[in-house]
Design a protein around this ligand. Structure first.
Ligand code: FCX
Length: 435
């Protein structure tokens, strides 16, 4: 029975006591599971969606169209002098299952630049938002303000759009949304953190390099590179994560790409998902300040981690709903850190966290994956180059996630997927109907 759960226990822990509810075992022995677990366990492991663009393996991490992130890094076209696979090339890959040539990425970039201007009314709206509104709220508002530009919305309203043509106008929207989102995001940054001084878009730059440039915090090639890396690594993480799933769910009602991705962005703003990178840098900065110049050690960091757990909080940047290993996105960022700024104080601290935190989480006996995820380092990388306004970090994540979420919408329309409508039950139904 689920009645009167002790308040200190999560519903999942209570359910776990009742059956063999160990994640991953569902595939091996579905009959051994109770419906309790499926309904209350956050739907882990239930295969119920199609995502053509990427697939997440618990041990080796995400593959974009069958390619590991390292393979993407090696194979995707690069900006002159850079070693980072371009994120807009990964957009092409996610959409088409093909690695684009240099000429194709150049053409894509030209197309994106052509579509990138924000309508004057959207600029006016963004500029009028109070500066203390969280940047993610501003981003969601900006995306909704762009919704009237949706080609899908206009074509659907005209009454002449056939089902077989949905994907084409959705592709138009995907291209325009991806083109506009860095311009919108940079405008929000400069309004909030740069007294409204804006740097114009530079059509000679690639999609991510131009975004980095418009932020106006650092004009070095290294900052452009870390931005390219960030945007390439965060582009897609199959369809079950909150932002991708929300975008897909809302899109399944034939809401256009702007409505759908704005909803996904609201999900990304949650601290258990995209906001974890902001929370993680905050945690590192607080720990660094508390150390008052002492060299971080595994012993000290173990104590800090235990204190965080004891205060009832999660340790941001660690754990994952699917991964059961160190996130390869973390590993690739760590390599960048070690090649470029191993002596940065927060990078050194993050390195000690890598040793200290997993054993603390393992010792709880409940954390399925004690290893670091992408958020454990992404903020550390950005702050090194001067982007240290952690409230803004999830916006950078969102700019990247636009690539995967909009690609998925195009494929949902291509496959003619129906509206999503799973079944819910009540606690009373559960207690009466499960073994
Ligand atoms: N610190 C403390 N407790 C943690 C933890 C962490 N880093 N990770 C998991 N746990 C706890 C859970 O809160 C849960 O406790 P409960 O049963 O008392 O509710 C228990 O361990 C089992 O959770 P688990 O099955 O391992 O993990 P979930 O799939 O439920 O949750 C997230 C996965 C990512 C939400 C969880 O690990 C977490 O909160 N991590 C910290 C926040 C974070 O880094 N999020 C970013 C994830 C990712 F990269 C992204 O989506 O962007």
């Amino acid at each position: 029975r689920l009645d009167s759960p002790p308040p200190q226990q999560s519903s999942r822990r209570l359910v776990q006591k009742q059956g063999p509810a160990k994640r991953g075992d569902f595939e091996k022995a579905p009959g051994a599971y109770t419906l309790h677990w499926l309904c209350i366990g956050g739907m882990r492991g239930i295969k119920c969606m199609i995502s053509e663009t990427s697939l997440l393996d618990p041990m080796e991490g995400i593959r974009y169209r069958g390619r590991t992130l390292q393979e993407c890094m090696d194979q995707l076209p690069k900006a002159p002098g850079s070693k980072i696979g371009l994120p807009e090339a990964s957009f092409w890959l996610l959409l088409t299952d093909e690695i684009p040539t240099d000429a194709e990425v150049k053409a894509l970039n030209e197309e994106l630049h052509k579509r990138s201007a924000l309508p004057a009314d959207v600029v006016k709206l963004i500029d009028s938002i109070p500066k203390d509104t969280h940047p993610m709220t501003q981003l969601a508002m900006g995306l909704l303000a762009l919704q009237p530009t949706s080609e899908f919305g206009k074509a659907y309203r005209s009454g002449t759009l056939k089902k077989s043509e949905y994907w084409q106008v959705t592709l138009e929207d995907a291209l325009s949304l991806v083109a506009k989102v860095p311009i919108l995001a940079a405008r929000i940054f400069c309004n909030v953190f740069k007294d409204g001084k804006h740097i114009p878009s530079d059509p000679s730059l690639d999609w991510a390099g131009n975004y980095a440039n418009m932020l106006g915090v650092n004009d070095s090639d290294k900052f452009k590179d870390i931005t390219r890396l960030y945007l390439m690594l965060h582009a897609d993480h199959e369809a079950g994560n909150v932002s991708a799933h929300t975008t897909h769910l809302v899109g399944s009602a034939l809401s256009d790409s702007y409505y759908s991705f704005a909803a996904g962005v609201c999900g990304l703003a949650g601290p258990l998902h995209g906001l974890a990178n902001q929370e993680c840098l905050r945690w590192l900065k607080n720990t660094h300040a508390t150390l008052k110049g002492q060299e971080p050690t595994v012993e000290l960091l173990t104590d800090f981690a235990k204190e965080t757990l004891a205060s009832g909080k999660v340790i941001p940047g660690f754990g994952h709903g699917v991964l059961r290993n160190t996130d390869p996105r973390y590993t690739i960022q760590r390599q960048f850190v070690q090649e470029n700024f191993p002596d940065d104080p927060l990078a050194k601290l993050a390195e000690v966290c890598f040793q200290a935190i997993p054993p603390v989480l393992e010792a709880t006996g409940k954390v399925k994956n004690p290893w670091p995820n992408v958020d454990a380092l992404s903020g550390t990388c950005m702050q090194h180059y001067g982007l240290d306004q952690e409230d803004y970090y999830t916006v950078v994540f969102a700019v990247s996630r636009a690539l995967g979420c909009t690609s998925n919408l195009v494929w949902s329309r291509l496959m003619g997927l129906p509206i999503e409508r799973p079944k819910s039950v009540t606690l009373d139904w559960l207690s009466k109907n499960v073994k």
